[in-house]
Design a protein around this ligand. Structure first.
Ligand code: ACO
Length: 333
């Protein structure tokens, strides 16, 4: 499903992110499962990841990132009209984590709901919010991606536990003024025939929580990594190319590509296929691992705050995750 820029431009007025203090290094993991720092770094590029404390649920991390985004946008919580939270690790099955965050922020005038699109969730939320603002339904939106993947990780499975981490990112979207940036094109898609490649099989209505299901770790993330890898490269390349083309741009015009932070080999393969030089591709997965929906949101905030791009320059965000789902956005900052 694709979309190009509309009559009412929508810009990103502020970004924020948050990661918990606790660092889990590859050496720490070597004490937990049969792995090595060399294997993890050479196969994934990940060196360490953050782990949230027991008293840091997803909403805590999401609210922290949101506060930073609001501060940068110069906006008060009471002014927020819409909150969309992308997460696969909600505080509670219901109510939505967005409502928990609304309460923490004091965003009393907002409408708040969650979406579930795994690693693509932040860009799904961006597309939804952009459309709702450009259609005039809302003046502004706070989009948040927050994940506590440590709570759904099987810490005995070396194939997956080395990959994931916790964190959150957020952005404030509003109508753009003359001379400001604009979200130029967005893309999202999914393939439900591939649900089995990456899933948490238990905990929902198909396989409710029982002692036996928990003993079999059905409440944790299970992934067929090699299959996901191949599809991820192709789908992210296609999604990124689609938004670059519809925004009327060439690869050379892109100052910064912000890909989902799952695996450095996937990121390198996408940079090659898009013919974007490596120095224009933002990477922080060595510090945080794969934080699902939060990954591109944290990358956006870090890239923005460290000056990886500036006003008037073009960036492309692209993600891929369970569903399978994929999404991309081309933005003039
Ligand atoms: N340490 C040491 N050896 C390991 C480890 C480990 N941590 N994990 C697996 N191995 C072994 C395997 O047992 C296997 O051994 P064998 O050949 O004797 O059977 C060997 O290493 C190779 O395993 P593969 O799974 O084939 O390794 P691969 O090179 O594919 O890398 C990885 C695995 C990193 C998971 C990769 O496939 C990948 O990144 N896939 C994509 C992940 C992704 O993009 N996910 C998207 C979104 S995530 C979300 O939505 C939440």
């Amino acid at each position: 499903m694709s979309e190009t820029h509309s009559a009412t431009g929508v810009c990103i007025a502020g970004t924020g992110s948050y990661v918990p203090e606790k660092i889990l290094t590859n050496d720490d993991l070597c004490k937990m499962v049969d792995t090595t720092d060399e294997w993890i770094v050479s196969r994934t590029g990940i060196k360490e990841r953050r782990i949230a404390a027991d008293d840091e649920p997803t909403s805590h991390m999401g609210a922290k990132a949101a506060e930073r985004a609001l501060e940068q946008a110069g906006m008060k919580a009471e002014e927020v009209q819409l909150i969309i939270v992308a997460t696969i690790t909600p505080d509670t099955p219901t109510p939505a984590t967005a409502c928990h965050i609304q309460q923490k922020l004091g965003a009393v005038n907002a409408t708040a709901f969650d979406i579930s699109a795994a690693c693509s969730g932040f860009l799904y939320a961006m597309k939804l919010a952009k459309r709702l603002i450009s259609d005039g339904a809302f003046e502004n939106a706070l989009i948040i991606a927050a994940e506590k993947l440590s709570s759904v990780t099987n810490w005995d499975d070396r194939a997956t536990c080395v990959l994931f981490g916790d964190g959150s990112g957020a952005a404030v979207l509003r109508k753009s003024m003359p001379g400001e940036g604009e979200i130029l094109a967005t893309e999202m898609g999914s393939d439900g025939n591939l649900t089995h490649l990456l899933e948490i099989p238990g905990g929902g209505t198909a396989c409710p929580i029982t002692k036996e299901n928990i003993d079999q770790r059905l409440n944790t993330l299970n992934m067929q990594g090699r299959e996901v890898f191949k599809i991820a490269v192709n789908r992210m390349k296609e999604a990124a190319e689609a938004v670059i083309e519809r925004a009327g741009l060439e690869a050379d015009d892109i100052m910064c590509v912000l890909p989902h932070q799952a695996n450095l080999r996937i990121i390198d393969a996408i940079a090659d296929r898009l013919a974007v030089p490596n120095e224009r591709v933002f990477v922080n997965l060595h510090k945080y691992g794969n934080t699902s929906a939060a990954a591109v949101a944290i990358a956006l905030d870090e890239a923005h705050r460290t000056g990886a791009f500036k006003r008037g320059e073009h960036i492309v965000m692209v993600a891929f995750g369970a569903g399978l789902t994929w999404a991309a956005a081309a933005i003039r900052w």
